[in-house]
Design a protein around this ligand. Structure first.
Ligand code: ZN
Ligand code: ZN
Length: 133
């Protein structure tokens, strides 16, 4: 069991299974929504994700894309596609232990900021590795 939540503590969640993926997204949408140059995500089975405290706010960042936030502190928590219920992405940095699931690759380098550079040697992809980002 892994737990996480937003910054202010109004929203808490629990994962009942380990993630199936872990990556860092460089896309312009994640950037603008989070106010950060990149956002790290883990992918999990949606059935393994449960909100245990509070009620997140939903935002459709693109048609068919739903992101959940804390309405109080603004922390971005999840990303989901209406047309694919096989996975849910959870913002890695909202986990109580973000070190538990290190990323395996970088996605959407096509949107990358010129001054974002990583020396981690992980694979990079111009768009989504699984073409679903
Ligand atoms: Zn909050
Ligand atoms: Zn993104």
């Amino acid at each position: 069991m892994f737990e996480g939540g937003c910054h202010c503590g109004a929203i808490r969640y629990a994962l009942s299974a380990a993630p199936t993926g872990s990556m860092i997204c460089h896309c312009a949408t994640c950037r603008r929504i989070s106010g950060a140059p990149i956002v790290a995500w883990i992918s999990i089975d949606p059935d393994a994700f449960a909100i245990t405290k509070g009620k997140p706010t939903h935002y459709a960042s693109s048609p068919g894309i739903s992101r959940q936030f804390c309405g109080a502190c603004g922390a971005q928590l999840t990303y989901a596609r209406d047309d694919d219920d096989s996975f849910l992405d959870v913002a890695t940095a909202t986990l109580d232990d973000p070190n538990a699931f290190p990323p395996t690759h970088h996605s959407w380098l096509s949107d990358d900021l010129a001054w974002v550079e990583f020396g981690d040697g992980l694979p990079t992809f111009p768009k989504g590795r699984y073409d679903r980002d």
